[in-house]
Ligand binder design. Structure first.
Ligand code: BDP
Length: 648
């Protein structure tokens, strides 16, 4: 069936607007962990997959593909989960596909999960980009807007209807972006038939990374008892040697339940306990959570075990056990400093992407561990989750290793004035609700970033960011809030509301290309202007230059390794003057090369990495490594054995 182009785009937009109805957040979204009362079954591996290539991308709905096995609806291929689908096949139309794709997998649910009426079974998707609808055995169980945060649905009663059947899970995912999605995008139809084929359209995006799509993080089934721990909120503080853990536990499924909350140290010794749903636990001789390279024992985590009992009958009870890692630390911002545990903290870190060969944005443990090893090798103490929330598994690694995180929402590319309207704002508020709900208990997360480089000089930006930042602070009063700006200090409408000014600049790259000599003047002026006007500490949240590994020129020319080095060093000279005053951090753009849309200024992706996409160092990695270890020795409190690695 052929459908006129404009009708097809309306159809895609209509689907998004209908499905985009915002529901209030429901449930706590605790990370699924096994315990004596909870089981987890991962559904990673190969799923059946079919892209809906019909002109309006709507055949799957018209023919109700979710009602039977996907393979019965037409040809399917094997697709790994988690992974982006784009780079898996040799088919360019799948790499650049826009619209609905369908995933399906059958799974046997353990018989005891089904027979025990006191067990809840939940289906959880770590993330899928961008809009998802989920069916189980042909019945819709949930839908979710947004590509980087988890969603789930209880499916207990559904799977109990016919316990003999395997359970068929169908997930439809649509990567279409509109002016009101986060990030925003537009679909543009090219109707000139002398230049474009019938039905030709493109997706315009206003951000610089490939719009990878598919099921990006693990899909799993997990259980809880019928009465269960739904959420835990912890806020930590300390006075002298005593740690204070303020907590609140919410229980669902019963009006009354008894609780036992036990805080244990790393050796499993109980250091404090309580039996009320909220309160403050006092920890004597507290071991604080410290960032990597700031202390000899970074990333110290206690375990908070929440054990809940609720009566089922006179003789039996539901018991639920959930254990949350807890790091005790404080974060504060002054006019010139960022304080962790009341000590000045200087961010010497990186900006990253979830991005790699073949997998795209799919979670991959080998890659995650490699990246942490590189971060530690580099002497970096922090990163920003540019430009969207990263997997919870990554934040858990940060907690354990003491890597400090600026946690960013997908508010990237808000450039069009129509993306500042009410429906954009209300969606943005919901995304912050979801982000804070998911990440609030991570000690590694020290600041929220609500956006990257929005058109913050546009008049509606004032109301937009005032509202967004106020909302985020109401959700979490313990962390500072910022957004990342590249706008003019005098015209930026949101800067009065941020706690820390985060500025991106590309002197001698996008501005005055090839003229390294402008950096000292322009960077110095940038800092003086922002600090002069707002009197807030500043992070250089991005700076960098593309370099093709192996390309050399001396004197340096753009795109060579020498130019990337020279540019970095000029920035560093200015940072060294200003960090004694009010500059509180520097984050290189970027940790590694990453994929972008095809464009005349991108040679198979963005090459500003100090590592290649395959995680091999360019010359700049060694410059940065020397600097970061030197900074760590100056600004951290390192014991002698962590002083400079001897090779530096
Ligand atoms: C910055 C953006 C980042 C880009 C970078 C670049 O925040 O997403 O990748 O420019 O162009 O402005 O390399």
């Amino acid at each position: 069936m052929s459908v006129p182009g404009s009708f097809a785009v309306l159809r895609v937009l209509w689907l998004l607007s209908v499905f985009g109805t915002v529901l209030p957040l429901d449930g706590g979204m605790l990370f699924p962990r096994e315990s004596s009362s909870r089981e987890v079954k991962e559904l990673n591996g190969l799923w059946d997959f079919r892209a809906d290539g019909s002109p309006n991308r709507n055949e799957g709905f018209e023919k109700a593909w979710y009602k039977r096995r996907l393979a019965e609806t037409g040809p399917v291929i094997e697709m790994p989960v988690p992974a982006s689908y784009n780079d898996i096949t040799q088919d360019p139309t799948l790499r650049d596909f826009i619209g609905w794709v369908w995933y399906e997998r059958e799974v046997f649910v353990p018989a005891r999960w089904i027979s025990d009426e006191g067990t809840r079974v939940i289906l959880r998707v770590g993330s899928a980009h961008y809009y998802s609808i989920v069916w189980v055995n042909g019945e819709k169980v949930t839908e979710h807007e947004g590509g980087h945060l988890p969603f789930e649905a209880e499916i207990s009663s559904l799977i109990r209807r016919d316990p003999t059947k395997p359970c068929r899970i169908t997930i439809a995912v649509n990567n279409t972006l509109t002016l009101e999605t986060l990030p925003p995008g537009t679909i543009q139809y090219m109707n000139d038939r002398t230049r474009y084929p019938d039905g030709f359209f493109v997706q315009n995006i206003y951000f610089d990374f490939f719009n990878y799509a598919g099921i990006h993080r693990p899909v799993l089934l997990y259980t809880t008892p019928k009465v269960y721990v739904d959420d835990i909120i912890v806020e930590t503080n300390f006075m002298d040697d005593t740690g204070l853990v303020r907590y609140k536990v919410s229980v669902q499924g019963a009006a009354t339940a008894t609780l036992k909350v036990t805080l244990m140290d790393k050796d499993g010794h109980c250091v404090a306990s309580s039996n009320t749903p909220s309160g403050v636990l006092k920890v004597v001789d507290v071991k604080l959570w410290w960032p990597y390279l700031m202390h000899e024992n970074p990333g110290y985590l206690y375990s908070m075990e929440v054990r809940q009992h609720a009566p089922v009958s006179e003789t039996s009870t539901y018991e639920d056990v959930y254990t949350l890692p807890v790091g005790i630390r404080t974060v504060n911002v002054t006019k010139t400093q960022f304080l962790v545990n009341n000590k000045p903290f200087y961010f010497h870190g990186v900006n990253k992407h979830e991005d790699s060969d073949i997998r795209g944005k799919g979670l991959d443990w080998a890659l995650i561990v490699k990246d942490f090893n590189l971060i530690k090798w580099l002497g970096a103490n922090s990163f920003r989750t540019s430009h969207y929330p990263y997997a919870e598994e990554i934040l858990q690694m940060c907690d354990r290793h003491g890597i400090v995180v600026i946690d960013e929402c997908p508010g990237v590319g808000i450039k069009d004035i129509r993306s500042f309207g009410n429906s954009s704002l209300s969606h943005h508020l919901v995304v912050m609700d979801e982000l804070v709900r998911r990440d609030k208990n991570h000690p590694s997360v020290v600041m929220w970033s609500v956006a990257n480089e929005p058109a913050s000089e546009m008049p509606p930006a004032e109301f937009y960011f005032k509202t967004l930042i106020k909302h985020t602070k109401a959700l979490d009063h313990t962390r500072p809030v910022t957004y990342i700006t590249d706008s003019n200090y005098a015209r930026d409408k949101g800067a009065p509301f941020v706690d820390v000014v985060c500025v991106n600049s590309y002197f001698s790259w996008y501005h005055d290309p090839g003229h390294l000599e402008v950096i000292p003047i322009q960077l110095n002026a940038q800092f003086e202007n922002w600090y002069g006007k707002y009197k807030k500490p500043i992070i250089q949240s991005e700076y960098g230059a593309d370099a093709l590994p192996g390309l050399h020129m001396d004197p340096p020319m753009m795109f060579t390794e020498e130019y990337q080095n020279a540019l970095l060093q000029s920035y560093h000279d200015v940072f060294d003057q200003k960090r004694k005053q009010y500059v509180i951090g520097e984050l290189i753009w970027n940790f590694a090369d990453f994929m972008t849309a095809q464009a005349i200024h991108r040679v198979v992706g963005n090459k500003k990495g100090i590592f290649t996409r395959q995680r091999q160092p360019k010359a700049a990695a060694f410059i940065l490594r020397k600097r970061y270890w030197r900074l760590a020795n100056e600004t951290g409190r390192l014991p002698p054995w962590t002083k400079y690695p001897c090779s530096l």
